[in-house]
Design a protein around this ligand. Structure first.
Ligand code: NDP
Ligand code: 8X3
Length: 249
């Protein structure tokens, strides 16, 4: 197994859900953290929670859509993280394409696709300089299979799938590993965000079956990063046992 103790993980979207659970599992296992998200107060709470683990936890308010801020933050880091978790993302709305809302579309494209690119473009050259590291891209089952009304969210996650493959090609010849973790339904704030704060509608998504928990995904992410350095898992598609390969929404 690869020893991660003392290494650093940079996580986007660490204020909630999968990103937050990743922060916890890495901290528990002695990995220092650089945590980013727009809701700084949530990061402050999380930092307090992680104090017991005796790792450094640096927190930054960051909107991955803001290219200049992403650049500034990454340039200002005094160490290059070993692990980059490109997790920040959202679904906004669930409408037929002919009824689509441009604000929803922009939010998803600018965050899930361009935001992931912003972070990667500034971080990867630093990782290449060190010739080591592991990039985890959070895709989705939505990046393998289109579902009704998923249109633009699907398109962004198909793009993540393509970029994950592209990173694997472009980083070949370095020691940097690239993995996309592509979950089905995970119960987080995801559906509340998708339905613009309508909690009842969000809760309905997870009724009648056992969804994945964000810690399930964090465990898998942690596992792939602990494999020996010659092993590169390029992609994992993981769904609740009760979910077929279609979407649950
Ligand atoms: P949550 O809504 O619980 O978490 C999303 C995280 O992304 C939050 O920390 C949020 O922080 C952050 N975020 C959103 N927009 C931005 C932005 N512009 N800049 C920085 N951070 C941002 O949902 P999940 O944990 O479920 O989602 C995490 C990832 O997992 C997403 O990429 C999602 O597409 C993917 N995914 C989720 C699935 C699910 O069923 N839940 C299934 C498959 C994939 P803040 O608002 O503080 O900025
Ligand atoms: C989130 C899971 O099935 O709503 O990516 O697309 S799904």
């Amino acid at each position: 197994m690869f020893d991660l103790k003392g290494k650093t993980a940079f996580i986007t979207g660490a204020s909630s859900g999968i990103g937050k659970e990743c922060a916890k599992i890495y901290a528990k296992n002695g990995v220092n953290l650089i945590l980013t998200a727009r809701r700084f107060e949530k990061l402050e709470e999380l930092k307090k929670e992680l104090e017991i683990f005796n790792v450094t936890v640096d927190i930054y308010e960051l909107d991955v859509k803001e290219r200049d801020s992403v650049n500034k933050l990454i340039e200002s880091l005094n160490k290059t993280p070993f692990i980059l978790i490109n997790n920040a993302g959202l679904a906004s709305g669930l409408n037929k394409i002919q009824d689509g809302d441009f604000e929803d579309w922009d939010a998803m494209i600018d965050t899930n696709l361009k935001g992931l690119l912003n972070v990667s473009r500034f971080m990867i050259p630093k990782m290449i300089k060190e010739n080591k590291g592991h990039i985890i891209n959070i895709g989705s089952i939505a990046g393998h299979q289109v579902y009704q009304n998923g249109n633009v969210y699907n398109a962004t996650k198909f793009a993540v799938n393509a970029l994950n493959q592209a990173m694997n090609l472009d980083l070949n010849g370095t020691n940097i590993r690239v993995t996309s973790i592509d979950p089905g339904a995970v119960e987080t704030e995801f559906s509340i965000v998708r339905f613009h704060g309508d909690v009842n509608k969000a809760n309905n998504v997870y009724k009648g079956f056992t969804p994945l928990k964000p810690e399930d995904i964090a465990n898998i992410i942690y596992f792939v990063t602990t494999l020996d350095e010659h092993i590169n898992i390029q992609n994992i598609l993981v769904t609740p046992t009760a979910q077929d390969r279609k979407s649950v929404v």
